[in-house]
Every structure is written in structure tokens, then in C-alpha cells.
Write a new protein. Sequence first.
Length: 408
Amino acid sequence: MLTMAALVGVTMAGHALAGNKGSAKTARVTPVKPRNVIQAGLAEARLIEVYQLVASAQGRDALSKAESLVRDYPHFQLAQLVYGDLLAARTRPVRIVGDVPESMLKDGAPILAELRDESQMRLKALRERPPPGAIPSQFLALSPRNKHAIAVDASRSRLYLFENRPTGLALVADYYISIGKSGMEKNIEGDLRTPMGVYFITSNLDPKSLKDFYGSGALPINYPNVLDSKRGKTGSGIWLHGTPPGQFSRPPQATDGCVVLANPDLDRIIRTVEVRTTPVVISQRLNWVTPNSARSANKPFEDALTAWQSAKSSGNMDRVLSFYSLDFNSNGKTLTEWTPALRTELNKGRGRAIQLKDLSLLRWTDATDTMVVTFGEVTDGTRTGPTKRQYWARQGNQWKIFFEGVIG
């Protein structure tokens, strides 16, 4: 009998995508919905169901489920491979995923290796689930305007979708994704790498305007962001997009730098997220923390932000300028060139207190510690004000602003 170890090269941890618990032999199987239903995550859930059936020595049921899966998703290459293995297992032992005869390996070896990688990454994300209630460490605070958030973990080939509820961020779905052919940390145009950092979805491109290569749609992000530009990084056109007709998913590292999802999964994302307000964190490996620890880590910065708010409210130019870095840049203007605009703001405020509405705090830590802050700046006595975004960097024990601009 074919075993799970032979099929996928790993031992199942007993988790299902829907969060089922227990051993592989006793794990409950998520009911399969009627055929031909195109739903986010459904094809993967059905593939995992096949894996679970194999793990519990239910080869006949696994074969039946696999046959149904490839009939409904004929372009799901990994499912086709597993189905082929199950058929072969009826007559001979199957050692690994894609245990094809040697005579067939010569031309198909590269594709076979990619499909094995995809299988391993899907199962890795299944085994290494985020702790219940945990959130990525970058999401320090989101405003009610940030209705959703996205986090990408390249080490697991996974995109996590969050809903921002009154009780805090809740993980509502996660999907297999592909990243750049050369891996992560984009630096220059054409390096085939996916950028890492804190970004925002900037638009939702009409599928009719796109080539079939991009699948059912595309969501561009704001790479290069302010920090990227400060570091001299180049390139453009980094999108979350789908797959071409005839290809359900792509290998883990197969794009020119974009983040690519299966079309049903991308459709769910497109229907859910909001342009301009949805943050997208892209990381080599996400660090999952409790919301309480995220808030605790945020306290020193909140003190600095409150001090800046107090200085701005006072109208004292020298006090306000002390919060800005010497390498400050605002849309091409140096601190000296930008200072007259700041002086005009202070004069207009006449020392009235300012309030920071719909405050959002996102943290990015690599060689330096950076905070991306978005808020509505409303002066007492007025009902509305500009929406601003600031980038702060920690310099020793101090936080300094190196970018400030109006975004709405």
C-alpha cells in the first residue's frame, strides 16, 4: 500500500487547512463541495484530503477523490501527478511524489522537480500553522479604515489574509503563492526577486486590459516604497496576480518578482481588499506574536509619536524640527526645502492642538528599524484634515522622521 511518507516525503502533522486536530489516522476530512465550484482554496483543500486518506491507508477512497479532483481541475498539475501516483500504486510500490518510470524522466525532470517542490511547500504550510490568535509582528496597530491586511511568508510559499475586526486582526484564509525565480529581497530592475517590506495595494487592474499571462486580475503594490527608494532600490510593476489559462498554479519560485496566486484565490483577494488602505507585508519568514506583545513592543514608538504630536500642537518650529532626520525627504524635497511648507502649516494651526485620527502603525525591521505611520491630521476646531503618511527610523534610542507626505 502507498504510504503518505512515500507519496510526499514527510509525515503529516495531523492538521487540515480548516484547522482539524488529531492524528493523521483520525483527522476529520472537510466535506467536499459539489463539482465545478470554483472557490478560493477549495482545490488545495481537496488535495490535502487525498493526502489524508493516503496517510490513513484508505487508498481506494484517495484514488476516487483524486480522480474527481483532476476532473474538476484538469489544469492542476500537482493533483494530476498525485493521481498518477495513486494509479501506479495499484500495481507497484510508489516511493516519492511523481514516481514515474526512468524512461519518462529525461524530458520531464525539471517540471517534476518543480511539482515536488510545490507539494512540499503546501504541506510545510499545513504543518507549520500560525499559533491561534497570533499576528505577524509588523501589524502593530491598524485603523478601522484598514478593513483587511495581507502578509506573505516566502519560506512557506504562503499568503495570509486577515480581517480587521473590532476585537483585532483575525486570520480568515491563507493560500499557496509563487515568488521570484531568484528568491527574495529585490534590489534592482530585472533581478527576478520579490521585494520585502511594508507595502500598500495601489490599484485594481481591469482584467480586460491584461494579457492572459496575468490570469483573472492584478493588484499592484507601491514598490519601491519610501524606504526602498532611500536605499537606492529600483524596479517597478510588482503585482499580486493570477495564472494563465491552462496553469492552475506555478512553482514556488517561478515569477519575475510578483506574488502569484491561483485564479480562484486571487479572485477572493480582489473581492475582499480595498485599494490604497490594504497593507501588504512581504517577508522571508513571518514572526508570529500575540497582539499583547505587539502592543508592548509598540510603546516606545508611541511615546515618540505623542511627543511629535504635542510639539506640532504647540506651534513651536524648533521643537517640531527636532523630530526630523537630517536626511529627510518629502517627494524630492530636502528638509531645508520642505521647512517653509511646515512653517505654513504651523502658522495656519495657530497653536491649536492636532488629533491623529484613524492611526495605523506598521513596523519593518531588518538592518534598521522602520515605522510606517498613517493618520488623518485634524486640527481642533475643524472637522477634517489631510491624510498623511510618515516613515520613522530608530537612530540609537531616538525615533526620527525621514519622510512625510499627504496621501489623501
